[in-house]
Design a protein around this ligand. Structure first.
Ligand SMILES: Cc1ncc(COP(=O)(O)O)c(C=O)c1O
Length: 411
């Protein structure tokens, strides 16, 4: 091995010893099923909340867009890659969210990094929720603004930090809308109030709320009876309930023009492939029209949540299809995940660094591993009962994992 490979190998060995080594599986997810190593498992791990990735209309739209515009975008948006599937998708997204404009990127990750690094700059202060997604954290770092972390969803702490922290530039508040590993919803009305009081601009990442929250599925603002334009910078993904790939920012014309001119991940990267844009456009229309999917999802998630709490598991979050079960040590969570697999349920262990650990300024110290169950509209009540049956078996096989008789609220 070369010297740098020796260094990598020794780090990988350390990860294996800590039960934190990650490896890619050759599984195939199809709706509610996962085919893995010759077995068919019930999967509770995907972000395809509305079950649209296998919907024939979405697949057909992907093929039609590829037929019309080709397999790839052929270049960056500002050179040759601004194809019609993207521009019609952006118009539809802006209408859905009631904003002046929207702009699509090649991923949700790229959107967050692009928007934060373009908007915030040295001299600014970003106030960031302690449990924000890695892409927001990386965007904050790349902006070179000062970053101040507030306790998760704690509006008093946020207000205190805003009042105490001097700032000559712009103040920004940055938050996930639905916290991907905790399953709770950010307190949007309070966030907007605090932002206005201290002259801060609010950047919200609604990756897990788009399609899932609100009567028409347009996300967190609709859920709270507010408008997306109450948020200064609204971000969504096409990769979760919208069953495709990509991310977007929606807001004022000035915001979008600025991002087009200043965001390096937008300027120096190839446009989203036509098939993804076509699929997302069809999924957006279905998500808006078929509110029964959201009603079904909410009922299934509530049934699962209360069943797990009754079994004695510690469950966080509420009102979302993300149902995290806090287990404890890395060792225990890996063991539980293996038990689930043996019993026919696919739900991988979530460990640091996805659940962040206590190092650096913008990380929170959480060492508890967790199982993150995500329910989709493809599941039915019998599936939920099966999941509860499997967790009953796990409770017996891994002692001590279901002794926290906590309520199903966020910690
Ligand atoms: C809150 C949040 N934002 C952004 C992303 C990144 O989105 P994408 O997978 O489209 O890159 C994720 C991905 O899981 C996420 O959970």
């Amino acid at each position: 091995m070369r010297p740098w490979e020796v260094r990598c190998a020794s780090e990988l060995d350390a990860l294996r010893r800590q039960n934190r080594f990650r490896l890619l599986r050759r599984g195939r997810v199809h709706g509610r099923w996962m085919d893995l190593d010759g077995r068919r498992l019930l999967q509770c791990a995907s972000n395809d909340y509305l079950g649209l990735s296998v919907d024939p209309r979405v697949r057909q739209a992907a093929m039609a867009a590829a037929d019309e515009y080709g397999g790839g975008a052929t270049g960056s948006r500002l050179i040759s890659g601004n194809h019609g599937a993207l521009t019609t998708l952006e118009e539809a997204l802006a209408v859905w969210h009631g904003t002046e404009a929207a702009l699509v990127f090649s991923s949700g990750y790229a959107t967050n990094v692009a928007v934060l690094s373009a908007l915030a700059r040295p001299g600014d202060v970003i106030f960031s929720d302690a449990l924000n997604h890695a892409s927001l954290i990386d965007g904050c770092r790349m902006s070179r603004a000062q970053v101040v972390i507030y306790r998760h969803a704690d509006m008093d702490h946020l207000a205190q930090l805003l009042s105490e922290t001097p700032c000559d530039g712009q103040r920004w508040i940055v938050s996930d809308a639905v916290f991907s590993m905790d399953g709770d919803i950010a307190p949007l009305p309070e966030l907007v109030r605090v932002a206005r009081r201290y002259g801060a601009a609010l950047i919200l990442d609604d990756a897990h709320g788009v399609g899932v929250l609100g009567q028409k599925g347009s996300g967190i603002a609709e859920h709270f009876g507010m408008a997306a334009s109450d948020v200064d910078v609204y971000i969504g993904t096409l990769s979760k309930a919208l069953a495709a790939e990509g991310g977007y920012v929606a807001g004022s014309r000035v915001l979008i023009d600025y991002v087009i001119n200043r965001a390096r991940p937008f300027i120096f990267s190839t446009g989203l492939a036509p098939a993804s844009a076509g699929a997302a456009r069809a999924a957006r229309d279905i998500a808006e029209a078929e509110s029964w999917r959201r009603r079904k999802l909410a009922a299934l998630a509530a049934r699962l949540r209360s069943g797990l709490v009754n079994l004695g598991f510690r469950v966080t979050g509420q009102d979302t299809p993300i149902v995290p079960v806090v287990i404890g040590t890395d060792h225990d969570v890996v063991r539980v995940s293996q038990c689930l697999l043996e019993e026919g349920l696919f739900a991988p262990a979530i460990r640091p660094p996805t659940v962040p650990e206590g190092e650096g300024r913008i990380r929170l110290s959480i060492t508890e591993g967790r199982i993150r169950l995500s329910i989709t509209a493809d599941h039915d009540e019998a599936d939920i009962d099966f999941i509860l049956q499997v967790f009953t078996a796990v409770r017996n096989e891994v002692p001590g994992v279901a002794e926290n008789r906590a309520t199903n609220t966020t910690e």
